[in-house]
Design a binder for this molecule. Structure first.
Ligand code: NZQ
Ligand code: ZN
Length: 395
């Protein structure tokens, strides 16, 4: 059954090879001062920066820049952006990059005119509501890397490196006003980041799937998209310039976390909660962290969600249930997930993420914010056990 829900998504999507052509029309909807937010070097290397500056100049915009947003974006960068917004009366934040850049832009957007305290502590940690009258600076995005879904949701994940906390928050109604998705812009993403991003999208779907009862359309949709992601990921690994595969993956990843697939049902998100803290301590690539945790976490909890794990095995990985017990079917599905992770050349143990000793594991485990809606309600000792099973020596 679907529980009652309200759904709205404000993002207008321009998808395809010619999608950048629409930027000038979108720019016409905003006043003159634009803050261009981007990462380290990729948009300059691929010629996108020069192209955008030309469009912005032709549109007679005043361009201010916030560059060098790092993967696992820092709160420090958000504060730098907030200063630029206030000093220059910014009308639109144009985020060009992957999830890190777009998340940072959203942090700036909601934080710029928040005047009741510390943005990270109040909005990200304490999840205080935004005042209805508070000004939110609109964000538009040009996506250059597939995975997070940030281009079409209100999520923002920021790391406070002073506190060693990576924390996410969904700001409802603060989705990008528009997002431009040109699959060809993702061709230059390194193989490592591409594979990491694809698994991130897969994990988003598992997080929404592995929770709650078994009788809603959201789970049916999730199964279809998980299967399609697996098929298209293999095609893109064979040929990264396969437009069919890369365009399908780009849209699957947006759908995977534009929040429509999770409406009317509970969700888990413990894999993400655990990964965020590994990321806070090690700065690992998000999708790689998820890949290490997922099989071990699911083996730990599957008995509490046995029906769904069986369904996953049969409907997503085509496991033949004949002659197998329920436990065997469910576990075979998790084995298939692990094989997919290996075939995708993702990280498979904590050492690869930079975690080498049990003391650090303990510190990470006890810093995790745990989900109240997972099949098995975990405590921090459980997280510690799960993480200890993620060492190479345990494989
Ligand atoms: O900095 P540059 O030089 O731009 O390089 C980036 C970066 O090093 C590079 N890159 C991006 N587009 C490229 C490219 N390189 C060549 N060609 C291109 N076209 O890729 C590297 C990684 O970028 P990043 O933005 O960090 O990757 P991703 O999109 O995976 O974002 C990860 C961040 O998003 C958060 C993660 O926790 C992590 O901090 N998430 C955000 C979510 C959300 N907003 O809803 C949900 C997710 O679960 C996730 O937590
Ligand atoms: Zn994710």
């Amino acid at each position: 059954m679907l529980e009652d829900f309200i759904y709205q998504n404000k993002t207008k999507i321009y998808f395809g090879e010619k999608s950048l052509d629409y930027l000038k029309d979108e720019l016409a909807n905003y006043k003159d001062n634009i803050l261009l937010v981007y990462g380290h070097e990729s948009i300059k290397k691929i010629g996108l920066y020069d192209y955008l500056i030309k469009i912005l100049n032709n549109s007679k915009k005043n361009v201010f820049e916030l560059s060098d947003v790092r993967p696992n974006p820092s709160y420090e960068k958000v504060l730098e952006g907030i200063k630029l917004v206030k000093e220059n009366n910014i009308d639109l934040i144009l985020a060009v990059g992957g999830g890190s850049v777009i998340d940072c832009a959203k942090g700036i957007s909601v934080g710029a005119y928040y005047d009741k305290g510390d943005v990270f502590k109040d909005l990200y940690l304490a999840k205080k509501s935004l005042d209805k009258n508070q000004k939110i600076v609109p964000v538009g995005s040009i996506l250059t890397m597939v995975g997070t879904g940030s281009e079409m949701n209100g999520g923002s994940v920021i790391t406070n490196y002073d506190l060693n906390i990576k924390e996410g928050r969904v700001f409802f109604g603060c989705e990008p006003r528009f997002s431009i998705l040109n699959p060809k812009l993702t061709y230059t993403v390194s193989e490592y980041q591409m594979r990491s991003g694809i698994f991130d999208a897969f994990s988003h779907m598992m997080e929404q799937y592995f929770s709650g009862s078994d009788d809603n359309v959201s789970d049916d949709l999730l199964e279809a998209l998980m299967k399609s992601l697996i098929k298209n990921s293999y095609l893109s690994y064979q040929n990264p310039k396969n437009y069919i595969a890369r365009s399908n993956l780009m849209w699957i990843a947006s759908m995977a976390l534009n929040t429509i697939l999770g409406v009317g049902k509970t969700q888990d998100w413990n894999v993400h909660n655990i990964e965020h803290q590994i990321g806070a301590y090690t700065d690992c690539a998000h999708g790689m962290g998820l890949a290490v945790i997922s099989p071990n976490y699911y083996r730990y909890i599957y008995k509490d969600g046995l029906e769904k794990f069986k369904r996953f095995a049969i409907n997503v990985f085509n496991v033949n249930p004949n002659g197998k017990s329920d436990d065997e079917v469910a576990l075979k599905g998790i084995d298939c997930l692990e094989e997919f992770i290996k075939a995708s050349k993702l990280a498979t143990n904590l050492e690869e993420l930079g975690v080498h000793d049990a003391d650090l594991v303990k510190e990470i485990a006890y810093s995790v914010n745990l989900s109240p809606t997972s099949y098995k309600i975990l405590n921090h000792d459980d997280v510690y056990k799960i993480l200890m099973s993620c060492f190479k020596s345990n494989k």
